[in-house]
Ligand binder design. Sequence first.
Ligand SMILES: Cc1cc2nc3c(=O)[nH]c(=O)nc-3n(C[C@H](O)[C@H](O)[C@H](O)COP(=O)(O)OP(=O)(O)OC[C@H]3O[C@@H](n4cnc5c(N)ncnc54)[C@H](O)[C@@H]3O)c2cc1C
Length: 318
Amino acid sequence: MIPTNHYSAIVIGAGPAGLTAGIYLSRARVKTLILNEGTVGGQMVLTHEIANYPGVDNISGYQLSMTMRNQAKKFGCDIKANINIETLDLESDIKEVVLADGTRYTADAVILSPGGRSRTLGVTGENDLKGRGISYCATCDGDFFTDKEIIVVGGGNSALEEAVSLTKYASKVTIVHQFDHFQAFEFAIEEARNHPKISFMMESKITAFHGDEKLNGVEITDLKTGEKENHAIDGAFIFIGYVPNTEFLEGKSELNKWNEIVVDADMQTSTEGVFAAGDSIAKRYRQVTTAVADGTIAALAASKYIHEINKNKTFQHA
Ligand SMILES: Cc1cc2nc3c(=O)[nH]c(=O)nc-3n(C[C@H](O)[C@H](O)[C@H](O)COP(=O)(O)OP(=O)(O)OC[C@H]3O[C@@H](n4cnc5c(N)ncnc54)[C@H](O)[C@@H]3O)c2cc1C
């Protein structure tokens, strides 16, 4: 029989939001465990270089992840990576997490920080060239494409607004969209249409990315004629939607219609003792800095909650 391990707080997800929560909780002497499905660091480890994290001048995503992890461990936080959660009980006063290997953990409070992922095109070369010319974040990577020719894929507000923002850097931006019209607000369409650096390839889609170390070209298929053409290109930005990693929370925590976790200003979810932080919550801007801020708030609110329930227990027993 595997014994149950009790923690004051369990954090699910070790991206910047979860690691920050771990740093704050452990430093406040709250016994904390972080559980992470994959490699510690979350989306940061996919990032070749993070150039916009204040106070740190150009650092690799992996290095920033390891620094945050070591900081959390230094304060006594336990971290378990490469785990799979089998069952999760968030409703009871004592929360319970059971892993696929049968290990059982309980906690007074839980912070959910499972992050998310950009929707991908799923075409040849995309996986290999992610972060090597293919990006899903203009704020993060736009600067790397100064004076370069790039493609933007998508037809919604994000694609059009980001295409315009990328003109600050790129010499030429071509928007590739599969339909003959956009699904964006009229003002966003107008702004893109009137921009001298932006051109359009409608009813077309990327069917392959080319390059060894770095992206150097794309295959574009004309959806009207079926004709395929190769184009030399320095970068491709894909804005076709975002998916929060909240599948495992369905029926366990309130999610909005985009499957994002609903929280209040203190990162409290609809369930008592359960907080959430980072890219998986309902919000507009998703960056390392915003994830870190959410993780801080969630940890402070969770610490207060744990303190209150323990104070009440002591009071009842006196
Ligand atoms: C290619 C790329 C480049 C980027 N560049 C920058 C940049 O330069 N600057 C910037 O500020 N932002 C950048 N971002 C965005 C930034 O990385 C994210 O906003 C940030 O990592 C979100 O942090 P998070 O902790 O909420 O989630 P994540 O980083 O997504 O981490 C979530 C963690 O939770 C784990 N997890 C998921 N589900 C479960 C589960 N069921 N059980 C246990 N664990 C689970 C995941 O494996 C992951 O490790 C970039 C993103 C990408 C994809």
